[in-house]
Design a protein around this ligand. Structure first.
Ligand code: 13P
Length: 309
């Protein structure tokens, strides 16, 4: 049961020129889909909980539940808090066994962001957990804070002053389903990544907002009564390229949710004469597992990169 923090995962990913996939989860069935996909690909994986997902899943017992669920999993995996907004929420996740937390104090000014992040780092490191900070913001398309990309010199200062283990920076992506306008050319700031790699050799960056909204899964969702419109994600070609750089963690929330709920919509529509929840949840688990396997092997290039523990 190799539940680990992200330190070695990211070191291996940096040196091996691939990225670790972090998938946002709400329920145990999604955790099983992601863990089984990683096990079959022989890839590391991170299960990411937002504060809302954590409250819904089972605050206080997530680690215990997942350790039982992962008893046959032999690849390294981590339990991560996504976009923790305060020292207190990060502390309580660490206390209950999360191996990695993100402190997102990017809504504050630089000095306050440094102060809060450093406080989380000190607590986390004393308890064996790793910390992702944010110097961004990595926001939504309509977020007025989303004005410019992160300055590499500020990254260096932020990392040195906080001791953070990895950092989410603003390099061209956004969260959600409709990341870009129709016809807008999608680019990532590869110069920014290269400059950070020059200033801080070996330091892992994190890419948020990395869903591609693949047609296959969107069609299933919409063919069975869904109405997701105006979607535009990050092209997989760009993600394949970024996975070989200092970006060691790539976050996927939207694609994983669309695949899972699409599978659920399909089974709820097609199966008319059964009422056991598992009859509907198993197809959803399998469809979302297929998506995770495609990401790990074809996009993040992390398959067969770990020794089984
Ligand atoms: P997407 O919305 O692109 O899936 O991004 C998820 C994410 O970055 C979670 O922090």
């Amino acid at each position: 049961m190799p539940l680990v923090n992200t330190k070695q995962m990211f070191k291996d990913a940096y040196e091996g020129k691939y990225a670790v996939g972090a998938f946002n989860v709400d329920i145990l069935t999604q955790c099983q889909a992601a863990l089984e996909a990683a096990e079959e690909c022989n890839s590391p994986i991170i299960l990411s909980f937002s504060s809302g997902s954590r409250d819904f899943f089972h605050p206080g017992n997530i680690k215990d539940i997942l350790l039982i669920a992962a008893k046959d999993i032999h690849i390294p995996w981590a339990i991560h808090l996504d976009h923790g907004k305060s020292f207190e929420v990060c502390k309580s996740c660490i206390d209950e066994g999360f191996t990695s937390v993100m402190i997102d104090a990017s809504a504050y000014d630089f000095e306050e962001n440094v102060r809060i992040t450093k406080q989380v780092v000190e607590y986390a490191h004393a308890h064996g957990a790793t910390v992702e900070g944010e110097l961004g913001p990595c926001s939504r398309k309509d977020d007025p804070r989303f004005k410019k990309f992160t300055d590499p010199e500020m990254v260096k200062e932020f990392v040195e002053r906080t001791g953070v283990d990895s950092l989410a920076v603003s390099m061209g992506t956004k969260h959600g389903l409709a990341k870009f306008e129709e016809g807008e050319e999608v680019t990532l700031q590869f110069d920014l990544i290269d400059e950070v790699a020059r200033l801080l050799p070996g330091f892992p960056l994190v890419l948020h907002g990395s869903s591609s909204i693949p047609d296959e899964y969107l069609h299933i969702f919409n063919d069975y009564g869904g109405e997701l419109k105006g979607t535009k994600g990050v092209p997989e070609e760009l993600l394949r390229k970024v996975a070989k750089t200092a970006v060691c963690k790539i976050n996927i929330g939207t694609d994983f949710r669309v695949a899972f709920v699409g599978g659920l919509r399909k089974s709820l529509t097609e199966i008319k004469d059964k009422f056991e929840p598992r009859n509907f949840l198993v197809p959803a688990r399998e469809l979302s597992k297929k998506l995770v396997k495609e990401k790990l092997s074809n996009v993040f290039q992390s398959s067969n990169k770990v020794s089984r523990i």
